[in-house]
Write a protein that binds this ligand. Sequence first.
Ligand code: GDP
Length: 487
Amino acid sequence: MKKKQAEKLSPRPPIVVILGHVDHGKTTLLDYIRKTNVAAKEAGGITQSIGAYEIEHTGKKITFVDTPGHEAFNKMRERGANVADLAILVVAAEEGLKPQTKESIDILNKTKTPFVVAINKIDKPAANIDKVINDLLEAGVLLEKYGGHIPWQGISAKTGEGVNELLDLILLVGEMESLTYSFDVQAKGIIIESKLDPKRGATAAIVLKDGTLKIGDQIATQTAFGKIKTLENFLGKRVDEILPSSPVLILGFETMPQIGEEFWAGGINIVEIKTPPLEAPPERIAVQEEGLKENYINLIIKADSAGSLEALRSIIEAIPLKDQKMKFLEASVGDITDGDIGLAQASKAVIIGFKVKVQKAAQEFARIHNVKIVTSDIIYEIVKILEEGSIAKMPPTILGELEVLAVFNQKTKKQIIGGKVISGVIKANSRLKVKRGDGDLGTGKILNLQQQKQDAKEIKADNECGMLFESDTKINVGDHLVHESQN
Ligand code: GDP
């Protein structure tokens, strides 16, 4: 996080996540640390987990994100928000490296998250610490005392052996990271839990990463906003203000924020973005619409993660469109593929991509079939395009155009025509517009397409072809037959 020189920076405790293979002891370790480090009297106050807790070890605080496993961490990472300042990689001493251990290592490397290794279950007779160390070194995790700098500790999450030393290491790594915050900056943090409480409304647990928060502050994420009514610490006690890196439960969001989203105090008010001024109140629009032919914009939405997808979808759904409706044909995670283009082409849909790429083959495919794709890494850009209706208003694009050079048989509607493709591609069985000068005379369908007297599926630009063309319009030499995309 970049900080201005002039800001007064204060140190803040590390926010820690625990990663590792299933059953290697993440939950047991989190439970052990909570039980032994949150004073018994206070711990009694923990009626339900808010997804994170805070401990004190040797007089210093550490925040643990209490949702072990990849899911929570991945969700946050995918949303671009790195909640963790550092991580504990748990590896069971009797099992060694497993697929999720390797995945965790990849995640840690990719996100450049500093971490310490906890070799767990050392109380078990089958524990083989040396083998785990070897496996780790082979996986590129260069441990301290073995040529690297990654601190590690043998522990038993069950008996507690080594856990204090592990906490020492965490504080040490935290200090090396020089984690700081400023009193004066806009508060920023990450949503770690979001629930709908039947009595209290939307509740969101957050960890604060910078600035401070107090009751009455406006607060927003990309998909939700509100004003802080109540702040509760992880023990369920009401507090007036919180400092980084404390976990806290916020009441006051008007809609549910998404897990892993970044939030900030003040700033943008999402209401304005979601509901631009309407010319008529919604009831009237609904009535008017009854008489109209329903006009759907078919959408295929793609995003980089399930979380972004949910966010994108809910934001798009909230856009009021005057005389169109949106219909989601598909919503999935991943880059835009030629399969998506095929679906879009078949259903005349627009593809919206949030934080995803268009695969190379798909780019070409989209160009040929003139499928509209809107991609952006900024959700509001997408919203703007949809709000302005610019997608629906885009003029049709010419996929292929042929100039008629000769006309042979015009006794029936089925006319034999010779021509040259002057741009794009003309495909067998397609429906073409007949243009003469500036005028559109009608349409027709290619019943048969030939190149050099052989049946052809398509004819590319600069090639001549013959076709059997069925149209009510009598074609003249010099007419243009155009294949346009349809909206
Ligand atoms: P997670 O899936 O990584 O959260 O793993 P858990 O914490 O649920 O642990 C899986 C199993 O291993 C449970 O039965 C735990 O009791 C056991 N376990 C965890 N840590 C230890 C340990 O240090 N020693 C022993 N003997 N068992 C452990």
